[in-house]
Design a protein around this ligand. Structure first.
Ligand code: UD1
Ligand code: MG
Length: 468
């Protein structure tokens, strides 16, 4: 059956204080899998391609508004100065709703697990039933804290929603709950909003009371049961936040497994929503893939890898190491125990090993920094060997300076390169040198006190000490 589609707009309620979180931050900005609760809701709603999205803000609204602006500048906001309930929140957008007409999908900013597919099924139920409103419901094992769904006697339609505080013991037994997601015919909604009364246990204007008002006006209300009860989770407390994180993390990992990525132990692997991973990459336990990190295919990552906002090309090996805002080329080997900091760029085939730290530096193709080094503010050419314990002395206490190391040069162990300094291509720097002047290409630079040998000295000394 072809269903007549009406103009669809989306309204998200996010003005509440979220008292139960006991937080100094707005509840809807608490992250799940690296993205704010509200961001997840906005993303799912945008999957429906609505004509407009608006958010009701209030408590710490400035912060919420700033976050929304950074995700999508087209989202408009309406202020609810005093939080007098979800129905009062919707009233703040009444004139906008009037202009939009058609249908409106109303969501709460604290339900991050709802999928676009589920919202679509709610729209279909509303259109097929020809209802004034259809509520998305969930069947849960523990309905504590949620509004309960009371159906009509034959069970097919919605009679009313009763908030837990106002519910009789019998109604509290009901396990079908209100997810806080509704599809309304806008005209019907606008006709009911002025009739809301705050005559309930909380003294608030409940959006859920609109159902009874519409029914009294002879209109019908539908209930659409969400097939996956997990999606209904509304985050009100920290334990809900942890639960949402767990579900979201499992979903993300399952999605990448379906795309051909191996996770040796999904339960001990943390992948945030913005991450992308190529096929045939193997993720070992204890790995964190965060922010907007992008991993190529054929990589081996972990155990114990931490990558935040990094780019890894194909076939990279990244073992037990920490990287933030770094770009790593094809076939590079990192770790164990390396630290790549912001602005690190490593070209293909290079190796970075144990206890080496790199910051704001470019490392050329096939170069090796295998042990105990600090390379900061440097440009290292292709095919350079950096010996164990090499340090770029980039900071004089006031300013940072650059070090340039030309292609094919060899830096011996335990060398200090006091920046600003350059080492020409193909040159050799002797172990233990402190280099303060630039080294021409092809030269040997050595800075060491001449070695002294005193034949028999040790033997004589030992004899003196031991005969006393
Ligand atoms: C609400 C529903 C409940 C449902 C549950 C689902 C009502 C009366 N109850 O309860 O039936 O089972 O969600 O998670 O709606 N808000 C405002 N302004 C206000 C009050 C709330 O914008 O004055 C916003 C909040 O930011 C939140 C949403 O409305 O995003 C719901 O408020 P919340 O306090 O979380 O309601 P619940 O008690 O969870
Ligand atoms: Mg809630």
């Amino acid at each position: 059956m072809a269903l007549k589609t009406k103009k669809l707009s989306v309204l998200i309620l996010a003005a509440g204080q979220g008292t139960r979180m006991k937080s100094r931050w707005p509840k809807v900005l608490h992250p799940v899998a690296g993205q704010a609760l509200l961001h997840h809701v906005v993303s799912s709603a945008k999957g429906l391609k609505p004509t407009a999205v608006s958010v009701i803000i209030g408590h710490q609204g400035q912060e919420v508004q700033a976050a929304l602006g950074s995700w999508d500048s087209k989202i408009s906001v309406f202020w609810q100065k005093r939080q007098r309930g979800s129905g009062d929140a919707v009233r703040q957008a009444a004139s906008w709703l009037k202009r939009q007409g058609g249908e409106v999908l109303i969501l709460c900013g604290d339900t991050p697990l709802l999928r676009t597919e589920t919202l679509k099924s709610l729209l279909v139920a509303q259109r097929q039933g020809g209802h004034a409103v259809t509520v998305l419901t969930g069947a849960v094992s523990d309905p504590t804290g949620y509004g309960r769904i009371v159906r009509t006697s034959d069970g097919s339609l919605l009679d009313r929603i009763v908030e837990e505080r106002d519910a009789s013991p019998g109604i509290r037994e009901i396990r079908e709950i209100n997810t806080g997601v509704y599809c309304f015919d806008v005209r019907a909604l606008l006709s009911a909003l002025p009739k809301l009364r705050a005559d309930n246990a909380k003294g608030e204007y409940y959006l859920t009371d609109v159902i009874e008002i519409l029914k009294a006006a002879g209109l019908s209300a539908g209930a659409c049961l969400c097939s996956d009860p997990e999606e209904a989770l509304g985050v009100n407390r920290r334990r809900d936040l942890a639960q949402a994180e767990k579900v979201m993390r499992r979903r993300i990992i399952e999605r990448w497994m379906d795309e051909g990525v191996t996770f040796v132990d999904p339960d001990s692997t943390y992948v945030q929503a913005g991450v992308k991973i190529g096929s045939d990459t193997v993720i070992q336990p204890g790995t964190h893939l965060l922010g907007q990190s992008v991993l190529g295919s054929g990589c081996r990552v972990g155990p114990f890898a931490y990558l935040q906002d990094c780019f890894l090309a194909d076939n990279v090996q990244f073992v037990a190491s920490f990287a933030r805002q770094a770009r790593v080329g094809e076939g590079v080997r990192v770790g164990p125990f390396s630290h790549l900091r912001e602005g690190t760029v490593i070209a293909s085939g290079a190796h970075v090993g144990n206890f080496s730290e790199i910051k704001k530096s470019r490392i050329g193709k096939g170069s090796k920094i295998n042990h105990l080094s600090y390379i900061g503010d440097a440009t290292v050419g292709d095919g350079v060997n950096i010996g164990a314990g090499t340090i770029t002395c980039n900071y004089d206490g006031w300013q940072k300076f650059r070090t340039v190391i030309g292609a094919g040069s060899f830096i011996g162990s335990n060398v200090n390169l006091v920046a600003p300094v350059s080492v020409g291509s193909g040159s050799v720097v002797g172990a233990g040198s402190t280099i303060t002047k630039s080294v021409p290409a092809g030269a040997l630079a050595l800075e060491r006190a001449p070695q002294v040998i005193k034949k028999g000295w040790a033997k004589k000394r030992r004899a003196e000490k031991e005969n006393h």
